[in-house]
Design a protein. Structure first.
Length: 134
C-alpha cells in the first residue's frame, strides 16, 4: 500500500446517479489519505514554493515575477492537496439507467467534487459520489 494511506475499505457505499436523478447504490474500494498526511504534503509544498521563489531573486528579469508568483502557486496547489481525501480503486454496482451491473476500474483521486463515468452498457453518464451516512 502506498505510504501515507490508511487501510482500504472495500465495502464503502457509493451512489450512482443519472442526470435525471435516478440513483442506485454501488460498492467501492477506496484508499483514504489521513488528515496528517494531507497537511504534511501541503506544508511541504508551501515551504518548497517559498524556498524556490526566494532562490529566484538573484536571476535577472525573473526576479520581477517569480519571487512572489511561485509561492502563490504553491499555496494554491497546497489548498488543492488538502481537498484530496483518497483514491477510488474500483466501483461496482447496478446502473440506475439500465439496471445492468457496471464495473469501473481506478477512478483516481477522491475529493469534494463528484466523479463522472459512463455506464459501459448503455453509455449513460453517471455521477459517482460517496454515500453519506444517515
Amino acid at each position: 500500500m502506498p505510504q501515507g494511506y490508511t487501510d482500504p475499505m472495500p465495502s464503502e457505499p457509493f451512489e450512482l446517479k443519472t442526470r435525471r436523478g435516478v440513483a442506485s447504490v454501488a460498492t467501492a474500494e477506496v484508499v483514504r489519505t489521513s488528515r496528517g498526511t494531507r497537511y504534511a504534503r501541503a506544508v511541504a509544498i508551501c515551504v518548497g514554493g517559498i524556498l524556490i521563489g526566494a532562490g529566484t531573486i538573484i536571476i535577472p528579469l525573473v526576479h520581477f515575477v517569480a519571487p512572489w508568483g511561485i509561492p502563490l502557486l504553491s499555496f494554491a496547489l497546497a489548498a488543492y492537496v488538502l481537498t484530496l481525501r483518497g483514491r477510488v480503486l474500483a466501483v461496482e454496482g447496478p446502473c440506475p439507467a439500465c439496471g445492468e451491473t457496471a464495473s469501473f476500474g481506478d477512478q483516481g483521486t477522491l475529493s469534494n467534487d463528484p466523479i463522472w463515468v459512463l455506464c459501459p452498457h448503455c453509455k449513460e453518464p453517471l455521477q459517482m459520489t460517496p454515500q453519506v451516512g444517515d
